[in-house]
Design a protein around this ligand. Sequence first.
Ligand code: GDP
Length: 195
Amino acid sequence: MFAGETEFVKGVVAMDGLPDPDRPEVCFAGRSNVGKSSLINALTGRKGLARASNTPGRTQEINYFTVGESHYLVDLPGYGYANAPLAVVEKWQRLLKNYLRGRVTLRRAFVLVDARHGIKPVDEEIMSLLASAAVTFQCVMTKTDKLKKGELDKVLEQVRGKLQQFPSAYPELVLTSSEKGDGIETLRAIIAGID
Ligand code: GDP
């Protein structure tokens, strides 16, 4: 699938703006600064693609990308905007819930977790939301290059422990470093295998 041209399709602010559900899609969720834009750029091989859609004002949008014709990659805005006005947060949360519950072609969510920090309460919140929307999810550890192996193993143990409360979570973690390219092929293969 990743041989094709990568394109930014659109930023969606309401359910009626979603593209036709004509192909399987996967979404990416994670706290601000977790490395989501970097990961999407590494996956698609297009520098600046996700960042371009990450400019202020677009942060509350669901951003759609195509890679070839086979799948949509969906970039959900980073959560944990402490400073956003409540009305904005509530509107966004409503859209997110409706998207997760109502998108028939959504096959899997990848929840990005910073390898240095492990699963934080705000990550557990999104996981609970995914679980209640019956969306299966898989954790992708980001920035693994920042840790020594022993340190990483400790965090992975924490993550595996936390995931046990979520029966709909895939037990296999994907370890990535957008900086070094580690895990990117693995993640591409996982996505390509989803239909
Ligand atoms: P986003 O807010 O989740 O989209 O995060 P970004 O992709 O913008 O990344 C946040 C910061 O982490 C930036 O300074 C990136 O350069 C850095 N970063 C992202 N991925 C990696 C990685 O794999 N390794 C390292 N060392 N830094 C990373």
